[in-house]
Design a protein around this ligand. Structure first.
Ligand SMILES: C[S@@+](CC[C@H](N)C(=O)[O-])C[C@H]1O[C@@H](n2cnc3c(N)ncnc32)[C@H](O)[C@@H]1O
Length: 246
């Protein structure tokens, strides 16, 4: 039987993790990488990686070459299915993909190489650190698709969507920029809606139920989305627009 003391010890440990790890609480490494994937991580990733140890460029679009018209960010792209499809569909937009899980990074590098994609830059760390590094009013859109749900109440503080990360996203989004969120975990969708609605910086764009029950036009299903469908869970699709600064 678990004593109260043990439970509170675990809670204290959880609090310490929550305090010391920013917004990332998952695995950074999975199975050993195949030789070619390891080679891409060693040689292609350094060419595409954003280095937040350096100060951010005064004109952030210069992160991309050739020049792009606007910039977007996908947080926790997993296997990269959605990010790759968006980058191919919008060649004049620069995409930053953020994913701390090295096996996901290796997968997207293989796709970038196979499709010769030139408009993706990568950050292999915690998105909240990247958001803090980016200059204000930089991004036209941020996507957060099937984020880790952390269903237990004592882990809710690990969810990516928090008042602080909403404020950080608001700072880097352009006026009329969008935050798009997808989850198959109803409780996390409700949590996100409640947190976003209490932010003065965003409006929810939905006009009818199908706007949140169905994916937006051109949406590419991800691996986690497909798994949710197989297991009988329906996803919720939320689009928030940043209100112009007062
Ligand atoms: C449940 S998976 C979903 C992956 C993908 N979006 C999909 O739909 O298949 C969540 C992903 O978010 C990443 N992640 C978790 N916390 C993060 C953070 N603070 N910054 C960036 N990525 C994060 C994890 O490494 C994981 O790959």
């Amino acid at each position: 039987m678990t004593s109260d003391k043990t439970v509170s010890g675990i809670r204290q440990a959880d609090d310490a993790i929550a305090h010391s790890h920013g917004s990332f609480f998952g695995r950074r490494k999975g199975h050993r990488l195949r030789a070619h994937h390891a080679d891409l991580v060693d040689h292609l990733l350094p060419r595409l990686a954003i280095d937040i140890g350096q100060s951010a460029p005064a004109i952030p679009t210069t992160l991309f070459s050739p020049q792009i018209q606007n910039m977007r960010l996908e947080i926790g792209f997993g296997g990269g299915e959605h990010l790759v499809a968006e980058a191919l569909a919008h060649p004049h937009t620069g995409f930053i993909g953020c994913e701390p899980y090295v096996n996901g990074m290796a997968k997207i590098l293989a796709q970038i190489e196979a499709h010769n994609i030139g408009n993706i830059r990568l950050f292999a760390g915690d998105a909240s650190e990247l958001l803090a590094w980016l200059p204000a009013r930089t991004l036209a859109r941020i996507d957060l698709i099937h984020p880790d749900p952390w269903p237990k109440r004592r882990h809710w503080k690990r969810r990516f969507v928090q008042d602080a990360t909403i404020a950080a996203m608001s700072r880097v989004l352009t006026d009329d920029g969008e935050f798009r969120f997808v989850s198959d975990i109803d409780d996390y969708a409700a949590w996100t809606l409640a947190h976003m609605l209490r932010s003065p910086d965003f409006v929810w764009t939905a006009a009818r139920a199908d706007d949140w029950r169905k994916p937006w036009g051109g949406y590419t299903m991800t691996r986690y989305g497909a798994k949710a469908t197989r297991e009988g869970r329906k996803a919720t699709y939320l689009i928030f627009r940043r209100s112009p600064a007062q």
